[in-house]
Ligand binder design. Sequence first.
Ligand code: CP
Length: 342
Amino acid sequence: MYKGDAPLHRPRPQHVSTKMKSFLNVQDLGNLAEALAEAREIKQDRYKHVGLGRNKTALLVFFNNSLRTRLSTQKAAQNLGMNVIVLDVNAGAWKLETERGVIMDGDRSEHLLEAIPVMGSYCDVIGIRSFAGLTDRAYDYAETVYHQFVRYSGRPVFAMETATVHPLQAFADLITIEEHRRKPRPKVVLTWAPHPRALPQAVPNSFAQWMNAADVDFVITHPRGYELDPAFAGNAPVEYDQMKAFEGADFIYAKNWSCPGVTRPEDYGRILDDYHEMASWTVSARQMAVTDNARFMHCLPVRRGMIVTDEVIEAPTSLVIPEAANREISATVVLKRILEGM
Ligand code: CP
């Protein structure tokens, strides 16, 4: 639904019916152990299902910048034999109006309500990257843009990082942890780290959701005020003392996020303290020393000297590159399952 809107009258296109119509949450993947086994199989032979996507087209729509998601998802679609169209909405397309009921006399020439079904008419599957605006919590957490694509494109839609989640990243993170675990139930710590700009909560939300579903000992650490939405954090323990949280950890997953507005909705999307004053939260050798030789993870892109020191990210225990490489694998599994449902 559009902000403050009455129901729309545009009929839903009825192009297709699929089993996996939407990929937003860990539950959309079904049995996690089976999905991980499938990921292992695809990693052994990533072209095994190259016939599956023959004469099918994936449209990847980017409202925001990307390096990894753009390349890995495109590669995944090609692994499955699909055609791929990439649309950068802000570079060459008409500027889109997303609100209904407005008089379009500004610089926005096309309404999303026409654009979405048109996009759906050229493809079989749609991936969406659309970040949170970080001004209206209800709008962002309703995943408004994503659900508009689900409703009006008539195609299966998958998240390539939306307002509140980044499931392709979290799936790749879990694959990476499975590959590098040295214990049956490793301790995995999600830590907040400083950043000069307000960032969405999509990556930590999804990471928490997926770790809660996995067989790991999961702990979250952040300064007070950055509590994640309970829909994602679940019952994961929160330790406000970062050094304590790191003790005995096997994996450290660093990420910045702005205030989720759980305890104070008026703070939604804000940076609560000057980042200079939060420098002690930057992941360095000091914190890593109390872990159990933990592997360092981050979704990238990462700001060195803010989130993590050069020393930690360049250490042999850093997994940031294999983690990014696994984005191809997670996307191949997801697209394969969508195609199988067609
Ligand atoms: N991790 C991630 O999604 O990277 P990009 O923003 O470059 O796609």
